[in-house]
Write a protein that binds this ligand. Structure first.
Ligand SMILES: Nc1nc2c(ncn2[C@@H]2O[C@H](COP(=O)(O)OP(=O)(O)OP(=O)(O)O)[C@@H](O)[C@H]2O)c(=O)[nH]1
Ligand SMILES: C[S@@+](CC[C@H](N)C(=O)[O-])C[C@H]1O[C@@H](n2cnc3c(N)ncnc32)[C@H](O)[C@@H]1O
Ligand code: SF4
Ligand code: SF4
Length: 351
């Protein structure tokens, strides 16, 4: 029951490597190389954002199906040493829901020294853990904050927790987790508050990126005609700020930057839908249950947990991972004829 409702439709034990060049890196058929690993470590969350989770939360992953801290450290080590991964990000669900997060991060920091270890989080509870996490080896955090209006925040997340998020952001900054970025998903109801959120971020000295909502909500309410596009956002922000397009620092970065009021501060927009960046994608993903997911939108996953627990060596696990990425799709295909959202919602993939 749980497997079905988490939406895991096609978990494979292996895939074809036909035609793949003999290189250790995570190459695909479209000339891309994945160097950015995103590891989902839980399906649990302290919020219920309407664009992500169902009201009741995701069905719990049976504990025996969840990767342990030691297993995550092993797979991260293979990704870095054997597959050319250069940055690791922990996500979920909410990574702070895992009590062993510090242990997991310390293990990775020791195993892959020098590799940036980042986390995407809603920051609830970060107030009490930011220093310990930084000491364990976490380098930076991106915090989701859609509105600085307490009522709007509570409506969107179905929880009245704005003060805790703001305390978490302050604690992360004090602990030196930098650069700290704020992620805000654009929704019609919060669009009018977007200039206030930008003002707040400019004053707090943190970088803000607005995100176009993707069809990855568990409730399947996403509709192209309701989605707030980058273009609509720019028109609203333009009423208060003077914006100038700068572009991307790194071609694989999801966010395009605009300077605000002549700079130096900027605002970013992650326009996954209207200005897709799939052609430059450099991502590979591990789900909390230990499958490799090559693309946010691809339901084809390759199981590593089973082989790992059956004694597979690093070379065999690396081969499976390479196969998963060799078969990666060109892109998400939102808007293409016949497009269907994936089985898993964002919280079950790890955004
Ligand atoms: N389409 C698409 N969107 C993505 C992908 N990765 C992240 N996003 C979107 O970008 C948002 C921000 O992602 P983060 O987890 O903060 O990571 P990031 O933007 O890569 O992080 P930085 O390295 O700090 O720029 C997510 O909430 C998603 O909406 C991806 O591979 N594909
Ligand atoms: C799934 S969350 C997991 C990490 C953490 N709980 C958080 O919210 O930052 C990762 C990112 O996905 C984004 N996200 C969730 N649902 C989305 C959707 N339907 N479209 C675009 N981004 C989404 C969130 O805003 C967040 O920045
Ligand atoms: S976006 Fe993050 S905080 Fe919001 S429900 Fe999804 S996993 Fe939880
Ligand atoms: S949708 Fe897939 S291909 Fe496009 S950027 Fe995201 S992970 Fe990469």
């Amino acid at each position: 029951m749980t497997t079905v409702s988490m939406g895991i439709p096609q978990v494979r034990r292996g895939v074809s490597l036909d035609g793949r060049p003999d290189t250790p890196e995570l190459v695909d058929r479209f000339g891309r190389v994945a160097r950015d690993l995103r590891v989902s470590i839980t399906e649990k969350c302290s919020l219920r954002c309407t664009y992500c989770m169902p009201e009741e939360g995701l069905p719990p992953i049976p504990i025996e199906n969840l990767l342990t801290a030691a297993e995550i450290v092993r797979l991260v080590t293979i990704a870095v040493h054997d597959l050319g991964v250069r940055e690791v990000r922990f996500t979920g669900g909410e990574p702070l829901m895992r009590a062993d997060l510090e242990e997991l991060i310390a293990g990775c920091a020791a195993a892959v020294p020098g590799i940036p270890l980042a986390m995407t989080t809603n920051a609830i509870g970060l107030e009490h853990r930011a220093r310990r996490l930084a000491r364990a080896g976490l380098t930076r955090v991106n915090v989701s904050l859609d509105s600085v209006d307490r009522r709007h925040f509570a409506q969107l997340t179905r929880r009245d927790r704005l003060p805790s998020v703001l305390a978490g952001i302050r604690a992360a900054a004090d602990a030196g987790l930098a650069p700290l970025k704020i992620n805000a998903v654009l929704m019609p109801e919060t669009l009018p508050g977007a200039p206030d959120l930008l003002q707040w971020c400019l004053e707090a000295g943190v970088a803000l990126r607005f995100i176009e909502e993707m069809p990855l909500d568990a409730d399947h309410n996403w509709a192209r005609e309701h989605m707030v596009s980058a273009e609509r956002l720019l028109a609203v922000l333009g009423e208060r700020f003077s914006l100038r397009e700068i572009g991307r620092e790194d071609p694989s970065a999801p966010a395009e930057e605009w300077s605000v009021d002549g700079g130096p501060q900027t605002v970013g927009i992650i326009a996954s839908v209207t200005r897709s960046f799939c052609a430059d994608c450099d991502r590979t993903r591990l789900t909390a249950e230990g499958t490799v997911r090559s693309c946010l939108f691809s339901d084809h996953e390759v199981d590593l947990r089973g082989p790992l627990r059956s004694g597979a060596d690093d070379a065999a696990l690396a081969r499976l991972w390479r196969g998963a990425m060799w078969n990666k799709w060109a892109g998400h295909g939102i808007g293409a004829e016949g497009f269907e959202p994936p089985e898993r919602s964002m919280g079950a993939i790890g955004g």
